[in-house]
Structures are given as structure tokens and as C-alpha cells.
Design a protein around this ligand. Structure first.
Ligand SMILES: Nc1ncnc2c1ncn2[C@@H]1O[C@H](COP(=O)(O)OP(=O)(O)OP(=O)(O)O)[C@@H](O)[C@H]1O
Ligand SMILES: [Mg+2]
Length: 331
């Protein structure tokens, strides 16, 4: 398993491709975007690409029904950091556990931490304190950028934070700032300050926004990039447009195919099944999708001032280790 994950295939492009090399100079990358656009898929592919370049990568995700292990072909993740392959580690952060560990670090003595954290009233208090669970997870992920090995080198060169879908994801990024503004000086505040300083520094860290070439995700992405930059003042390093189809039709052909509304009727595939027209119905649907994609890509180019990396739509390989390797080669 270890060998398969990181061994490039014969004929694969060299692992020094631009996106991974560029992003891989950072210590902490926050990957966000609307639900289901391919954040975890991208994290898996980037982890593979970075690991192949010799970077030690930790993928951390908060309490997600995780799909990363399926994408990498490894056993399911737990809340314990596990090595998945050469240079790749991953952890599925549990908020309770992260808060507990954080408490242990702050309180230094395990017995005290246990007394505090196992207490029903403190647990209720924690739950009612906005942002504390989020910070425990984000802060724990950040903390792993500060760890060193015995020889003084980084335990992890890059931490990839596979954030929850937008809304929650950006709320999570807001948390260190909230702590800075609201919490009195102390260890919690000191760590939040250090983390926030790292997150704001485009040399050390940044946000990667993933999207799909579709109408709603495009609109939300334009807003998201603006919000992250203006409201939070954090650097957005890269836009990933995932699931891009190679067009089959020219613009003229698309116009031709979508002209006949009957081909796009909801029951058209059923009514034409088994006839020659079913191919034309399929073509018309594909033409619509290609048109939306072309419009979305043009809009992202116009309205988001970032060089976008386009990743191909995968058919049979989506969500599999083979698909992850195919995407990693594009990075
Ligand atoms: N390039 C692609 N081609 C085809 N299918 C893809 C591609 N990228 C992702 N998918 C599929 O889309 C689905 C969502 O992908 P993924 O889990 O990576 O998204 P996500 O943004 O992490 O979702 P969530 O918000 O639920 O965490 C998965 O079934 C995945 O296999
Ligand atoms: Mg995900």
C-alpha cells in the first residue's frame, strides 16, 4: 500500500509540476469551497503530488464523513494521526478529542485536564462557547506545523486542512480572529495570535478555493474569494476548477443542438430510448453542459483575479486511488 501510493507510474509527468511546487512552499493550506465540489478529491491529489516531491504532508479534516481514505485506497481515518504512505499522514479531527488534547497542552497535567474535561458543566460551557470546538480543530491542525522531529526538521512540511463546506469553512477561518478580539491574554490567545499571523502570511500559508464550472458554484466562488480577501484579509493562493469536461462540440454545434427544446424535455431520454434520436438527445444535454461550463469558466476568468487550475472530469476513476493519481499528475 505504502509503495503504490507514492510511486509515480511509468510515463507520468515529473512531479515538479507547477501547482504542487508552488503551493508546497507553504506550511499550512486551507482548502475550501461549496459542498461537494471536490475539496477532498483535490486534497488527496495534492497530498500525493507533494509527497512525490519529498514533502511530508498531513491532511487534516474536521469530523467529516471522510472519503479521503477511499480516494487514497487506505483504511478509514481515525482521530489518531496515521501514516497512509511514504510522506503522507492523515487525521480525522474530532472536536471533543481536539479540545481535550488542547486542554491537556494548556493545563500541562493530564489528571487536571481529565477532571476539567470530563466535567458535565465544563462540557456544557464549551459547547456554548462559540468557536471553541472549531478553534480546537483548526488550532490543532495549525499546531502540527509547529512540531519538529528530533533532528530539528519539521514533523510535517505542509498541513492541508480539508475544510468543511463554505459557510462553515469560512466561519472556521474567522475563529482565530474572534479569539484575538475576545479572549484575554493567555496560552489560548497566544496560539490564536501565532496561527493568525501564519494564516495571513502568503509566504507561509493561504487559502485554496475549489469550485465546479457550473452556475451556482461560480457565483458563490466569486463571493467567497472576495469575502476571504476583504473581510478576513487572508491570502487566496489558487482557484481550482474541478470536473472540467473536454468539449465535444464547437460553439456553433452547441447552438444547433440546444435549439430544439424537445430534445431537452425531461422525458426525452425515455421517449427516444432505443432509437437513433437518443444519441441526439444525449448530445443536446451534453451541449447544454458544455455551454454552462464555457460561460462559468469565462466568468471565473473575468471576475476572479487568480490563475485557475482546471482539473478534468473523471468518469470511471472518480473517487478511486487511480483517479487521485490521474489528478495528482495535473498538479
Ligand atoms: N474531477 C472529478 N471528476 C468526477 N467526479 C469527481 C471529480 N472530483 C470529485 N468528484 C466526485 O464528486 C464527489 C464529491 O467530491 P469530494 O468528496 O472531493 O467533494 P468535497 O468538496 O470534499 O465534498 P464535501 O463538501 O461533502 O466534503 C465525489 O463523489 C467525487 O468522487
Ligand atoms: Mg470533503
Amino acid at each position: 500500500m505504502t509503495r503504490n501510493l507514492s510511486t509515480p507510474r511509468p510515463g507520468a509527468p515529473s512531479a515538479t509540476a507547477a501547482t504542487a511546487a508552488d503551493l508546497g512552499t507553504r506550511r499550512f493550506l486551507f482548502v475550501t469551497g461549496k459542498g461537494g465540489v471536490g475539496k477532498t478529491t483535490f486534497c488527496a491529489a495534492l497530498a500525493l503530488a507533494l509527497a512525490a516531491q519529498g514533502k511530508r504532508v498531513l491532511v487534516a479534516m474536521p469530523q467529516a464523513k471522510e472519503r479521503l481514505s477511499a480516494m487514497l485506497g487506505t483504511p478509514p481515518l481515525t482521530s489518531e494521526i496515521a501514516q497512509l504512505g511514504k510522506n503522507i499522514w492523515a487525521v480525522n479531527l474530532s472536536p471533543e478529542r481536539a479540545l481535550y488534547e488542547y486542554g491537556e497542552m494548556i493545563l500541562k497535567v493530564k489528571a487536571v485536564a481529565k477532571a476539567v474535561f470530563d466535567n458535565k458543566y465544563t462540557r456544557t460551557f464549551f459547547r456554548a462557547t462559540p468557536g471553541l470546538y472549531e478553534w480546537a480543530m483548526l488550532g490543532k491542525a495549525w499546531f502540527h506545523t509547529t512540531e519538529t522531529l528530533e533532528d530539528g526538521s519539521n514533523r510535517f512540511d505542509v498541513v492541508l486542512f480539508d475544510a468543511p463546506a463554505t459557510g462553515h469553512g469560512v466561519d472556521m477561518l474567522r475563529v482565530p480572529k474572534v479569539i484575538l478580539d475576545a479572549v484575554p491574554p493567555g496560552i489560548l490567545r497566544r496560539d490564536a495570535e501565532l496561527a493568525w499571523a501564519m494564516f495571513r502570511d502568503p509566504i507561509q500559508s493561504g487559502v485554496v478555493v475549489v469550485t465546479l464550472p457550473e452556475e451556482m458554484p461560480t457565483t458563490e466562488t466569486v463571493e467567497l474569494v472576495n469575502n476571504i480577501r476583504t473581510e478576513l484579509g487572508l491570502p487566496v493562493l489558487k482557484l481550482i476548477v474541478n470536473g472540467v469536461l473536454t468539449p465535444l462540440f464547437s460553439e456553433g454545434e452547441r447552438d444547433e443542438l440546444v435549439r430544439d427544446g424537445a430534445l431537452l424535455a425531461i422525458d426525452a431520454p425515455q421517449t427516444t430510448a432505443g432509437t437513433r434520436d437518443s444519441a441526439i438527445v444525449a448530445g443536446a444535454r451534453r451541449a447544454v453542459r458544455e455551454r454552462v461550463q464555457a460561460e462559468s469558466l469565462a466568468r471565473l476568468d473575468r471576475e476572479v483575479d487568480l490563475v485557475a487550475l482546471r482539473l478534468p472530469f473523471l468518469f470511471d476513476e472518480a473517487g478511486t486511488p487511480e483517479g487521485t493519481r490521474l489528478l495528482a499528475m495535473r498538479l
